[in-house]
Design a protein around this ligand. Structure first.
Ligand code: SF4
Length: 120
């Protein structure tokens, strides 16, 4: 008798799970598509004609650091530019943009930020 009840309970649970499973599947699919939508909207748009301003793939933390340091791709001070800064990483051969030791992403040789330090 005890065994029959266990079997009945098991079958009832299976029946309940089969009713929930399709709903759970739809819910998971909906979550996946919501994440894709969120990721697509977070992607930076490439609107810059200057390749040194294209921040595609640059981590958000570095984009924020650029902003907080006041980085601009065209220096407002003619004799203070990235290409005569101690922290500048020169462009690789054939490339237009260099880099900076302070953050990731392309840096214009004509750029500038508040951390500019003269080459000694
Ligand atoms: S510290 Fe500023 S000025 Fe110097 S290379 Fe980096 S971004 Fe340019």
């Amino acid at each position: 008798m005890e065994q029959k009840n266990e079997r009945r309970d098991f079958l009832q649970k299976c029946w309940q799970m089969s009713a929930i499973a399709p709903v759970a599947g739809l819910w998971l699919v909906a979550c996946g598509s919501a994440k894709k939508g969120a990721a697509a909207s977070k992607k930076p748009k490439v609107t810059a004609a200057n390749p040194c301003e294209d921040l595609t793939g640059v981590p958000a933390v570095d984009v924020e650091k650029r902003k907080s340091l006041g980085y601009t791709s065209l220096s407002p001070i003619p004799d203070k530019q990235c290409n005569n800064c101690q922290l500048f990483i020169p462009p690789k051969e054939g490339a237009e943009c260099g880099g900076c030791l302070l953050f990731a992403g392309p840096v214009s040789p004509e750029g500038y930020c508040t951390y500019w330090a003269p080459v000694v």
